[in-house]
Design a protein around this ligand. Structure first.
Ligand code: PGA
Length: 898
């Protein structure tokens, strides 16, 4: 960041922070204001120079506080963090814009195409790639967003006020600006930051639909239009498809069932049809062209006549009459698919559209007539954007995936087979035995289910959701649901079980397996399962059933899980095994004459695969992208990446550019892997050994973890509809990855982001590792992300969390181990990057993080203090609330924490 940009950022932080101070004084009183100020100044000073200003003073200030004071302080600092984030985002946006305008960014379409041209790849190749391409961000409800929608809306309002002021330039009067900002900050101050009510799945559906409605419906057509123009390919198929899991992902979430799936589609179709109707209505207002004054095509005339619009005012306005008919057909479609008539009724009666193609055909009649008479004047306008939107979103809006755990499918299939008398104990069979039974059943047209028999509740529930899926496919067409993901896949039978269940609801038909609209996709997520991914997929593709489905679409999708592999085996091991599994999977799919479609299951923070999506895609081994990529977008990432249209467009383009460059650019991963793969494998194994020794093999580790992090308190945050554990077991193996990573972020250890690396590289040739990090994108990205997460860690604060462990010798022993590994890793990273401090090579990021941390740290101290009081028996509900507020504030301040 240039010094001027840096100054601007600081100025904005000061402006917003100052206003917040005034609000705190006015609303919370002088005493609170002075306390907040004292803590803020101590924290900032400590951060400027940790040696000159011991953290002890800060601690003392905090431990002396009453619970109300502590809560007020937590509230204040949480807001400081949120406001600092606004200034930071604006600075990042300004920088990105400047670079994009200078053509310096390969993650913009122009930049990516320029880079490809340098490498001798022409636009025709990009066109051909995208013609069969798929770029798909998939929105999920993974519970890591701590901010309430009301808070996110206020943040957007503040950001909007500042943006408007930028545009107004000198016309932006400072008094007015501060008055408007103050109003928003006052509302924020009086808004609860923490939820009091738990979320239900419908809330999560509503959230996703609101992003789809507010952002994607507008931005995705814009993006496709721009790529079509850039590539001179007006008919380029919609390669960008937005997906969702909400309402279909029931792995560990008992609240998702058939009714919820149906409700999700209703909500989605209500939004998308509502959007189409608004657009058609707006076009009707605009296209007042009179027959007397312009010619229309016979097709348009026929469409206008078919509408039977009785209005005398429109009788000589053929476009409006045609649109009246189109609107009426959409209204009838709305009633049929969304389950209720639209708010704005149609002027005439009409039949519903059979599908989006028929709607698009009508819009094309309008477009062609306008183009025939008026030429290019009507290109790239509201109507063409609407046509593009229909091509992308259909009547379903977003493709919804199904997901369930392999264990559940096994039990359900066993129940069905037992009751049908086909196999008394399927669960007792080995893999070969299971495959035989499944393969045989998949050739039989006879269903297993009998309406007269009794089944486990789980069986009935699974059947009901698949029936709801079959209904959704019949209502919305094949883009509505394409994939059924199987978590914890460790064998080919886990996938054939899905086809058998799909057969039970008529979606898989033995006489025509290729017509099955849903593909079963494995999710490989433990280290062992990733290592076995190749034979598992090979075995699957030897089955005619699975192969027929894959061949029909030319693609086999495979999902890989970043968080669980990390939790199982450490950061370095997860990164390396995902890399190796991806390479192996390319071989398997290529041998089968298929393309591989990788689906990356990643969260926002580094321990869950976070980091720049663009860099991540480019670091993929050759052959693993091939123009097709899906990736989850979860929790806080959704609002951060897709909260505003301009930022959303940039992120969609970055993902697309990553996919294009990774597919067509000169990749060199293979050469690097050939050269360094053996070393990486050894490092990975050593990292996993060190990590597993600590986490799974150290006596007392679980006790330490539960006392030295707020894991117990996190469950109270009410940020998602699913339970935080799949079972009641207290074992770390059974804890879900999100609370695991989240709790380590809160305690500022960030253990999943780095632990094991130091031990792995100890005693190795650092010059070799340094050279590797300079040249090999995979290793460079891995180290850079690790460095970033380490910069957000703070071992001094981590030690204070360790003081919450009741047994001091246990605390000292385990903290000591973590600390030693930290020191090893820290030293190794500096040796590899060649800098004298973390982020030495990324000064902008360093400055941003350092600007933010003084606001986060007091929240950590408040949190520790209140947790201590609570665990010492203080059951005042305000203590609990204060803890949640502090957790919320730390998460918001760290930005990617869960
Ligand atoms: P899961 O996700 O627990 O839903 O499999 C893991 C994650 O994304 O962290």
């Amino acid at each position: 960041m240039s010094p001027a940009a840096d100054d601007l950022l600081r100025e904005e932080v000061r402006l917003l922070g100052g206003l917040l101070g005034e609000v705190i004084r006015d609303e919370g009183g002088d005493e609170l204001f002075e306390q907040v100020e004292a803590v803020r100044q101590a924290s900032v000073a400590y951060h400027r120079d940790p040696n000159s200003h011991p953290a002890g003073r800060l601690q003392k200030l905090l431990t002396a506080m009453t619970v109300d004071q502590a809560a007020g302080l937590a509230h204040g600092f949480a807001l400081f963090s949120l406001l600092a984030n606004i200034a930071e985002d604006r600075a990042t946006r300004r920088r990105a814009k400047g670079q994009a305008e200078a053509g310096a960014r390969p993650d913009t379409p122009e930049g990516a195409l320029a880079r490809l041209t340098e490498q001798g790849v022409d636009r025709a190749a990009v066109r051909a790639l995208l013609e069969d391409g798929l770029v798909s961000p998939v929105l999920t409800a993974h519970p890591s967003e701590v901010r309430r929608k009301s808070v996110i809306d206020r943040i957007a309002a503040i950001s909007g006020i500042l943006d408007a002021c930028d545009q107004a330039g000198l016309a932006c009067a400072p008094d007015q600006l501060t008055a408007r900002l103050r109003r928003q900050i006052t509302i924020l101050w009086a808004t609860r930051l923490v939820r009091t009510q738990g979320l239900v799945v419908q809330d999560e559906i509503d959230t996703v639909v609101s992003f789809l409605d507010r952002i994607f419906l507008h931005v995705a057509p814009q993006q496709l239009g721009a790529w079509r123009r850039l590539l001179d390919a007006p008919d380029l198929q919609p390669f960008m498809r937005v997906g969702t899991w909400v309402g279909g992902d029931r792995d560990g979430n008992p609240n998702v069932d058939g009714a919820v799936l149906t409700a999700a589609f209703r909500s989605q179709s209500r939004a998308v049809l509502g959007f189409y109707m608004d657009e058609v209505h707006a076009l009707g207002s605009e296209l007042s062209l009179a027959a007397e004054l312009t010619e229309v095509t016979p097709e348009l005339q026929a469409l206008a006549d078919a509408a039977r619009d009785p209005s005398p005012h429109r009788s000589d306005e053929p476009y409006r009459r045609a649109l009246t008919g189109v609107y009426a057909r959409l209204a009838a479609t709305h009633e049929a698919l969304a389950g209720a008539p639209p708010l704005r009724r149609a002027a005439v009666q009409a039949d519903r559209y059979s599908g989006p193609d028929a709607f698009e055909a009508d819009l094309r009649v309008l477009h062609d007539s306008l183009a025939a008479r008026h030429g290019a004047v009507f290109e790239d306008d509201r109507l063409t954007d609407l046509i593009t939107a229909v091509q992308i979103f259909g009547f379903h809006m977003a493709t919804l995936d199904l997901r369930q755990n392999a264990d559940v499918h096994e039990r359900v299939v066993a129940d069905l087979l037992r009751v049908a008398g086909v196999c008394p104990d399927y669960l007792a069979l080995d893999e070969d035995g299971r495959m035989q039974v499944l393969a045989r059943e998949l050739t039989s047209a006879r269903p297993l289910f009998s309406p007269y028999a009794e089944y486990d509740e789980e069986t009935l529930k699974e059947r009901a959701i698949l029936q709801a899926a079959a209904q959704a496919l019949s209502d919305f067409g094949p883009q509505a649901i394409r994939t059924h993901i199987v978590s914890k896949t460790d064998a080919a039978s886990d996938l054939l079980e899905v086809y058998l269940l799909l057969k039970e609801v008529g979606l898989y038909r033995p006489e025509d397996p290729a017509a099955c609209p849903i593909q079963a996709a494995p999710l490989f997520e433990t280290i062992e399962d990733l290592r076995a991914a190749k034979p598992t997929l090979e075995r699957l593709l030897r089955e005619p059933s699975a192969m027929a489905v894959a061949r029909a679409r030319g693609v086999q999708e495979v999902m890989i899980g970043y968080s669980d592999s990390n939790k199982d085996g450490s950061y370095l091991t997860s990164g390396w095994e995902l890399h190796e599994a991806s390479r192996a999977l390319v071989d398997v799919t290529q041998a089968a004459g298929l393309k591989l479609q990788l689906f990356h299951g990643r969260g926002g923070t580094v321990g869950r695969g976070g980091g720049s999506a663009f860099a991540g895609v480019l670091a993929q081994p050759e052959g693993t992208v091939q123009g097709r990529i899906r990736t989850t977008e979860q929790g806080e990432v959704i609002a951060n990446k897709y909260g505003e249209p301009e930022i959303a467009l940039r992120n969609l383009d970055a993902l697309t550019c990553g996919a294009v460059l990774a597919s067509l650019g000169q990749g060199r991963d293979q050469a690097f892997t050939a050269e360094h793969g053996r070393l990486l494998s050894a490092l990975s194994q050593a990292s996993m050994n060190a990590y597993r020794r600590l986490v799974y093999e150290t006596d007392g580790f679980n006790d330490y973890y539960r006392a030295a992090t707020p894991i117990a308190e996190i469950a109270d945050l009410k940020i998602g509809s699913r339970p935080s554990s799949r079972s009641a077991s207290p074992k770390i193996e059974d804890l879900r990855a999100i609370p695991w990573v989240f709790s380590w972020s809160q305690s500022r250890v960030m253990l999943p982001g780095w632990f094991g690396f130091g031990s792995a590289v100890e005693g190795r040739d650092m010059a070799e590792l340094k050279a590797m990090a300079e040249a090999w994108p995979f290793f460079r990205t891995l180290v850079q992300n690790m460095e970033m997460v380490m910069a957000k860690a703070d071992m001094t604060i981590a030690r204070r969390y360790a003081s919450l462990v009741p047994d001091p010798s246990l605390a000292a022993r385990i903290y000591g181990e973590i600390r030693s590994e930290w020191d090893r890793t820290h030293a190794a990273v500096l040796a590899i990057t060649g800098h004298d401090k973390l982020l030495g090579g990324q000064p902008e990021l360093d400055r941003l993080i350092r600007l933010r941390m003084p606001y986060v740290e007091p929240l950590n101290h408040v949190q520790i203090e209140l947790i201590r009081r609570r665990r010492n028996g203080d059951d005042d509900p305000r203590v609990r609330e204060g803890i949640l507020l502090a957790i919320n504030g730390v998460a918001a301040g760290l930005r990617n924490s869960g």
